[in-house]
Design a protein around this ligand. Sequence first.
Ligand SMILES: [Ca+2]
Length: 145
Amino acid sequence: MRLRVAVKVALGIGVVASLGLTACGGRSVTREVTVAGHSAWTDTGLDVQSQQRITVDASGEVAANPENKTTPDGFVARPEWRKYNVVPEAPHMALIARVGESGKGFLVGTAFRGPAPTSGRLYLGINDRDTRNNKGSFKAIVTVK
Ligand SMILES: [Ca+2]
C-alpha cells in the first residue's frame, strides 16, 4: 500500500517536472530571458494559455548605433523612427512580445501586466524591422500565472 502511494507521488512529480514551463492549476512560472538587440524574436520557452496573466519587468540597453541607446521603453522621443517598426504604434526599438509564431506584436516596455491575447509560445522581441545592426540586450523577468 505504501509503495503504491510512493509510486503515485513519483509519477506526479515527473508530470509536474515535464510541464515545468507551462503555468497551470494556479501555479506561476517565472523565467529570466535575455533578449538580444540583434535578434528579431527571442523564444522565452514559456507556453501561455489565452487570458493567462503575463507579467514582464525588463531592464538593460539596446543600441541602434553608438550615439543612440534605449531602455526597453524604446525611443519615445523619436516618433519619426516608427517607420522602421514591427509594432507601428509603439516606440522604435521598444521591447515587444507576441504569442505564437505569427502572433500580432504588442508593446511590453519596461513593465507589462496583462492577459495573454491567445494561446501559444511567448516570444519577446525588438520593435525594429532591421535588428542585425543593433547591439546590447534587454533582460526580462517574465511570469506567467
Ligand atoms: Ca536596427
